[in-house]
Ligand binder design. Sequence first.
Ligand code: HEC
Ligand code: HEC
Length: 183
Amino acid sequence: MNIKQILFLSVCVSIPVTAMAHDILGFPRHKGVEPLKNSTYQQNCAECHFAYQPGLLPARSWAKLMQRSELANHFGENAEVPEADRLTIEAFLTQNGADTTWHYKRSIKINQSIPDDVTPMRITQVPYFKKKHGEIPRKMIEENARVRSLSYCNKCHTEAHEGVFDNGTVDIPNFRNWDDLID
Ligand code: HEC
Ligand code: HEC
């Protein structure tokens, strides 16, 4: 075997081994949250805000949000859905909650920041989320007609639909240079 063949072989072996080690040891392999789709969820839960990925809250939060009584009074709105759809959505969200993944860094951080005995009903109440958004001034959120509330993730995070929330993909409407204004 010449050196090229040896190098080629070692690359072939090391890629799957690294991937396997990540699986076994549980290192996060992806930076964002898992960009899952479910048509029943999209149809029922993406009318008033974007369809939050299940990896943004732990399963116990989704289970509570999806209770019939909670949906009837959902942040001041009626978000009730037919019972069959409710069960489908609840299963989808709880099976993919932030506490069910080892591979998505944001979900792990979200989950680790929440005490075990707390069931947040909002992503915006999660300690990790609050830490990341605490320094954004009101003029960029509540007083910004094109945002209005931190709940509208996709107004500022241009790749929110793909589960990507990196600083580098943030574009706050009306505040192009938000980076200078915050620091
Ligand atoms: C009729 C409109 C409407 C529908 C339909 C709706 N929501 Fe909401 N949702 C709201 C409003 C209003 C808020 C609060 C937004 C705010 O505070 O600015 C909200 C907030 C949320 C939040 C918390 C966001 C935060 O602030 O962190 C979650 C999670 C959520 N909705 C999930 C769902 C799910 C799951 C469904 C489908 C079963 C759904 N929503 C359907 C109106 C709706
Ligand atoms: C007003 C615009 C705005 C809205 C709305 C918003 N964000 Fe952010 N978000 C930011 C900014 C600005 C940062 C970067 C803060 C900094 O400099 O550290 C950020 C940072 C983040 C980070 C950390 C990124 C990193 O690289 O560390 C995550 C995760 C995140 N946001 C998720 C969300 C989610 C989920 C929602 C909706 C529930 C949301 N954001 C709503 C502006 C927004």
